[in-house]
Design a protein around this ligand. Structure first.
Ligand code: NAG
Ligand code: NAG
Ligand code: NAG
Length: 217
């Protein structure tokens, strides 16, 4: 029930020994948790993810990456139980990403997210786009179980859980970048805010290398 934790406790939880079954070969390596607070059809999220694509090209194996989605829980919404800022199509796009994340390692789901962004925000959330990008990253939409996740209750359950997590982390803006539980930047209307240690991909790589060295003395 970690989503019930107060935001100021979240960094302690995130700094713990988070291990992802797919993320690392070496069971004794502690990966650096990197969390991006996003919305699938948000231009700031696309901007932030494009910078992180450069970052991950350099340090993918040192990072445990997660996306956490911003939205409003809403019991009156019969499809998702969530209201998404850029409409129901954004909720669908968030679910495509969450279902992919739940089924494949980050070395595959990350390029999937980048593919969706490349298709453009008007196409994100459409079934056709979701399937096309799965093909691009060589994931079988049906065999992988992603279709069942998207079409069943699992997808919207994941979305609500993600939105609760986002709230528990105190994340309000897409895109918010947390490295090892600490907010390192917020991208808002194309502006980079609260980036005390810089906002280029090289700056993020340096921050991740530093945290990695601390976590693996
Ligand atoms: C991990 O650490 C344990 C105990 O410290 C050790 O027995 C084991 O061999 C290590 N495994 C690897 C893959 O380094
Ligand atoms: C909740 O969902 C309903 C149905 O989709 C919508 O009409 C209403 O505006 C939403 N409320 C909020 C606060 O977003
Ligand atoms: C919510 O947060 C918990 C704890 O960090 C995590 O295990 C879970 O995967 C998250 N859920 C989603 C849908 O991101």
């Amino acid at each position: 029930m970690q989503f019930l934790l107060l935001p100021f406790l979240a960094p302690l939880v995130l700094a713990g020994h988070v291990q992802h079954p797919f993320a690392s070969q070496d069971a004794n390596v502690t990966l650096v948790p990197v969390t991006l607070g996003v919305m699938s059809r948000c231009p700031d999220a696309a901007l932030c993810e494009s910078v992180f694509d450069d970052v991950l090209n350099k340090v993918m194996s040192k990072v445990e990456l997660s996306l956490t989605f911003i939205g409003q829980l809403n019991d009156s919404d019969e499809t998702y139980g969530v209201t998404c800022k850029h409409g129901p199509q954004e909720c669908a796009g968030n679910i495509h990403e969450l279902c992919m994340i739940s089924r494949v390692p980050q070395t595959k789901w990350w390029p999937y997210v980048i593919c969706l962004n490349f298709m453009g925000k008007d196409k994100i959330g459409l079934g056709e786009t979701a399937k096309r990008c799965a093909e691009v990253v060589s994931v079988d939409w049906v065999e992988s179980g992603i279709e069942a996740c998207v079409d069943g209750l699992e997808g919207s359950d994941l979305l609500r859980e993600s939105v609760r997590n986002t709230t528990a982390l105190g994340i309000e803006k897409s895109c918010t970048i947390l490295i090892n539980g600490v907010t390192r930047c917020i991208v808002d209307d194309g502006r980079w805010l609260q980036c005390d240690y810089g906002h280029t991909s090289a700056d993020f790589v340096a921050m991740i290398n530093k945290e990695y060295a601390k976590l693996n003395p």
